[in-house]
Design a protein around this ligand. Structure first.
Ligand code: GDP
Ligand code: ZN
Length: 440
């Protein structure tokens, strides 16, 4: 089936000209759809949603027809000649926003829901869609407004004792409290972004240890080039897979080789690998079990910054038996728990299940529970709100002009309102809705 949705003041007229009389609000009726000369195009369902109880808040009529391209084309052109026009990307949601059916963070949550590639991302989007995210933000904006009005009152009525004499420690305290709540939201927004882009795991190790082979078996398709020639993987190869409800990006780096005769291409590879490790959430070091942890492996370990989550896969386990003492030695050198040193074989499949479980555990460890779907612009707005609040506290403590304090608070409040769309510049709106698909 296909659904053609018509929204706007003449939606019912357009639908009536094609389907004859239409049923009442939210009732589905079977009708024959006809063109202007009365010729039948298809039969299907008509369902009106009258304003304000529709997605856009306007009159909306759905025509449900058979999904074949010829039917849809004919019906669509009939709808257009009866006075409608094709929607822009995201225009339905944009109208919903403009008609107050959704705030901006909810509108974005719809796009996030459509784009969600993992169950965790889907849940975060739903959490934002129910409006609780927007409500939290509005509550804080209201608290700032409250302080602002009290401060501004002292400007307007400088001689009224009971207005000017409000408690300074109370105000500072309230500002700091608000700031720490913003901090919490900022962190949740950053986690929400992470969830959306996926956790990044970089595969690192010297050449020929089996990084590419391991990547291929983990993601279940051939994407990395596996060869017997050392140093074949020059460019970064990235594959996305779902690991225990989380989206995980696995990035295969160039093999890292340390030698006197290192050439410039290899140097570039090392530089990129190092940058990739920096950017990723988890480093997956691959070594060879039968060779143990060698000098070169230790050099690679040194590229991994302290504090980065690390897993060591001891590959080619099919070539020898693993000895517990070796694993303990490796764990010790890598500075990680022995449970994170896993003998695997990309060829026989040994240990892969455990490796996936450990990856999922580490990802879950870095997950912070109730995340909201968020956008970079939310993170930016929270950060700017924070710095305005801090500036307000600073100005107040140093007894600057109270008008300056009020101005900082106004900016802090505006930063928050940009997220929910209460003060949002037009170009920001355009760019948000242009990310939607047509028909949503
Ligand atoms: P990379 O340079 O680290 O990406 O290594 P590759 O994935 O290209 O693999 C290098 C060589 O090791 C290839 O010949 C692979 O077939 C081989 N290899 C990879 N994994 C295993 C394994 O688990 N066992 C054995 N015996 N050989 C492997
Ligand atoms: Zn490779």
């Amino acid at each position: 089936m296909a659904i053609i949705r018509i929204s706007g003041p003449i939606a019912c007229d357009v639908a009536e000209s094609i389907a004859g009389n239409i049923p009442s609000h939210r009732i589905a009726a079977l009708r024959t759809f006809r063109n202007s000369s009365g010729e039948a195009i298809d039969t299907g369902l008509v369902i009106p949603f009258l304003q304000p109880n529709s997605y856009t808040g306007e009159d909306v009529v759905e025509l449900q027809c058979h999904g074949g391209p010829a039917v849809v084309t004919a019906l669509f052109s009939e709808v257009c000649s009866a006075g409608a026009r094709p929607a822009e990307r995201g225009e339905f949601t944009e109208r919903a926003f403009l008609n107050g059916q959704l705030d901006l963070s909810q509108a974005e949550a719809i796009a996030a829901l459509i784009d969600a590639e993992s169950q965790a991302a889907r849940k975060a989007a739903l959490r934002s869609l129910d409006g609780s995210y927007g409500n939290l933000i509005r509550d804080i904006a209201d608290r700032i407004l409250e302080l602002r009005s009290r401060i501004e009152a002292t400007l307007d009525f400088p001689d009224e004792e009971d207005i000017t004499d409000f408690n300074k420690p109370y105000l500072i305290n309230e500002l700091c409290e608000i700031n720490s709540e913003i901090n919490g939201l900022l962190q949740r927004a950053e986690n929400g972004l992470k969830l959306r882009s996926g956790y990044q795991i970089s595969l690192v190790g010297r050449p020929n240890v089996g990084k590419s082979k391991l990547m291929n078996v983990l993601v279940g398709r051939e994407s990395s080039i596996v060869t017997d020639t050392e140093g074949t993987t020059r460019d970064l190869i990235r594959e996305r897979f779902e690991c225990n409800t989380q989206t995980v990006d696995l990035v295969d780096t160039a093999g890292i080789r340390f030698s006197e005769s290192i050439n410039s291409i290899e140097l570039e590879g090392i530089r990129r690998a190092q940058q990739q490790i920096e950017e990723s959430d988890i480093a997956l070091l691959v070594i060879e079990l039968h060779k143990g942890l060698g000098e070169d492996d230790i050099e690679v370990l040194r590229l991994i910054p302290e504090g980065k989550s690390l897993i060591v896969a001891c590959n080619k386990a099919d070539l020898c038996d693993d000895r517990a003492s070796d694993l303990a030695y490796i764990a010790d050198n890598a500075g990680i728990d022995e449970a994170r040193v896993i003998p695997v074989s990309a060829i026989s499949g040994t240990g892969l299940h455990t490796l996936r479980e450990i990856i999922a555990d580490v990802v879950a460890d870095s997950d912070h529970g109730d995340v909201y779907a968020s956008e970079q612009r939310h993170v930016d707005s929270f950060s700017s709100c924070k710095s305005h609040l801090e500036a307000a506290v600073n100005a107040y403590e140093r007894e600057y002009d109270i008008a300056i304090v009020a101005e900082h608070l106004r900016n802090a409040q505006n930063s928050l309102s940009e997220i929910t769309g209460h003060v949002t510049p037009e170009h920001v709106l355009d760019s948000i809705f242009s990310k939607f698909c047509i028909g949503k």
